[in-house]
Design a protein around this ligand. Structure first.
Ligand SMILES: [Zn+2]
Length: 198
């Protein structure tokens, strides 16, 4: 027996979410169904507006409600320091430590050639252009302490070195395989403060 089409459709969508298998998708669909209609309406509205209510910053490629983003347009931020991160979640994680007052550059992923992430698919060109225009004094490479993060740090250091800018990376001490976005603020703040030159 098949579920009514509306339920089936919702299951299909939940099933496309990362980490959600068919069983969980089914549970989610029934959770929505068993809650008051108002819940489903608010949930649907939140999903429907996520694209129209957010902007990609044309300077740092972070996500915000405005372009340029709140950080890029804040004159109190230290314009001489640029922190390169893989994605917006990592930018957010570093922001919540309150240890960093510079600007960001969101690379759009990490180097993982087997998954099609090459220097050409990342925003390296854009990073070099910013270096030329803004002349930062220090670039902080803040990537997950795992294999892809490590090879990204090394590749970026190689590309950026000739630009004559100081390049630093997060201090060791983050557990291997950790995710910056899930690392507690104190540990990530320590890693930022203790950053060392590459
Ligand atoms: Zn920005």
């Amino acid at each position: 027996m098949r579920y009514p089409r509306a339920i089936q459709e919702l299951i299909t969508h939940f099933n496309q979410l990362p980490g959600v298998g068919p069983k969980t998708a089914l549970r989610y669909a029934f959770f929505v169904l068993q809650n008051p209609a108002e819940f489903a309406q608010k949930f649907a509205a939140a999903i429907a507006t996520i694209h129209t209510a957010t902007e990609l910053c044309s300077v740092c490629y972070g996500i915000d409600e405005r372009n340029p983003c709140t950080i890029c347009s804040d004159p109190r931020r230290d314009q001489a320091t640029l922190c390169v991160v893989a994605d917006d979640q990592d930018r957010h994680a570093i922001e919540t430590t309150n240890e960093y007052r510079g600007l960001y550059h969101v690379l759009g992923g990490v180097l993982a050639p087997l998954e099609g992430m090459t220097p050409e698919t990342l925003r390296i060109k854009e990073l070099l252009a910013r270096l030329g225009a803004q002349k930062p004094k220090e670039i902080v490479l803040a990537f997950n302490p795992d294999m892809d993060g490590e090879s990204t740090v090394l590749a970026l250091a190689r590309i950026l070195k000739p630009q004559g800018v100081r390049i630093s990376r997060l201090a060791r001490g983050l557990p291997i395989g950790a995710d910056l976005e899930y690392t507690d603020q104190v540990t990530l703040g320590d890693a930022l403060r203790g950053r060392r030159e590459v």
